[in-house]
Design a protein around this ligand. Structure first.
Ligand code: FDP
Length: 314
């Protein structure tokens, strides 16, 4: 019975940067968020704040709570130089007294439109060293991960040495190693996309979707919460697509906050991710912290088959 804390301590010293304490702080926050998510149907935290974030999207109370808790914990914990949240227009910096070495990008509660229907939601994070600019390519991530608040709560992360998953035992209050060295199946049978937008996709993607429908055993699954759809993809294999379309040429997902952490985890798990112009999103230097990118992520063979529908892979 190895806890996440045991695991983090065992890993100490094996990587160039020591993010043990920082990951432990994220773990602690995630337990508190998890307890609030579980209670959200019972207490009067459910519902909307009535506010919109800087991008005009509705902010829900639980998002607000998770966001403030993460920001306050990380900025006062002595490990972090700056945080970049999906809910904040600009980075927030630690005071001189609390200044640390790391920059953490996070989405405090991804898939928030699923909160009030009790579907899985999650927290996503990506960690960089402050020696670079705030805007670093995803390949420079030191660690990345997500916490899924579903039928179980799981903490899944990589620090460049494989992907490991820990499941929360709510009675004990500890995450225990349950999914050691997660490997994404090389091929899969599930595609995950919001097909309501099919008429807005390019002809290559529409042809690929028609091809999938003709393949035996192919199934479609779309929760509409990236963490849940990607978690299934890690475990069962498949392909997750949030492509550009005529109304949103760069898609909906944020490069730094959502796509890069999952692209790094996917690479570590033996899968494949492509973004804008079907290139590896981890190589893109972001121009803005809230840049969007198309994201096609999943089992290597499925992503390669998707790419074969594009001339020159574009
Ligand atoms: P949400 O808006 O509910 O927070 O980027 C956010 C996200 O959810 C992802 O988790 C999810 O994959 C995507 O949006 C769903 O987008 P569509 O509703 O356009 O399918």
């Amino acid at each position: 019975m190895l806890t996440l804390t045991d695991y983090l301590l065992n890993e100490r010293g094996k990587t160039k940067h020591d993010v043990t304490i920082l990951l432990h702080q994220i773990e602690n926050v995630s337990k508190i968020i998890a307890s609030h998510v579980k209670a959200s149907g019972l207490i009067d935290i459910l519902g909307k704040t009535g506010k919109t974030n800087t991008f005009g999207e509705e902010v829900q109370k639980l998002d607000d709570f998770a966001n403030k808790l993460l920001i306050n914990t990380l900025l006062t914990g002595g490990q972090v130089h700056a945080v970049v949240s999906e809910e904040n227009e600009k980075p927030v910096f630690a005071t001189k007294a609390n200044d640390g070495d790391y920059i953490v990008f996070f989405d405090p509660l991804d898939g928030s439109s699923n909160i009030d229907v009790t579907c899985p939601i999650g927290t996503i994070f990506g960690i960089y060293h402050k020696s670079g600019d705030i805007l670093q390519p995803g390949k420079d991530q030191i660690a990345a991960g997500y916490i899924i608040y579903g039928s179980s709560v799981m903490f899944v992360y990589t620090a460049g040495n494989g992907v490991n998953g820990f499941t929360l035992d709510p009675a004990v209050g500890n995450f225990f190693l349950s999914h050691s060295k997660i490997t994404m199946p090389q091929d899969g049978e599930i595609y995950s996309i919001n097909e309501a937008y099919e008429h807005t996709f390019d002809k290559e993607l529409r042809a690929y979707l028609q091809h999938l429908k003709k393949k035996p055993h192919t199934a479609s699954r779309y929760v509409g919460s990236m963490v849940a759809d990607m978690h299934r993809t890690f475990i069962k294999g498949g392909i997750f697509l949030n492509p550009g379309n005529t109304s949103r040429p760069k898609g909906k997902l944020r490069l730094t906050i959502e796509v890069n952490p999952f692209a790094y985890l996917t690479e570590q798990a033996g899968g494949k991710a492509v973004g804008l112009a079907n290139k590896n999103p981890l190589l893109t230097v972001p121009e803005h912290i809230h840049d969007r990118t198309p994201a096609i992520i999943g089992s290597k063979k499925m992503v390669d088959e998707y790419l074969s529908f594009y001339k020159d892979g574009k």
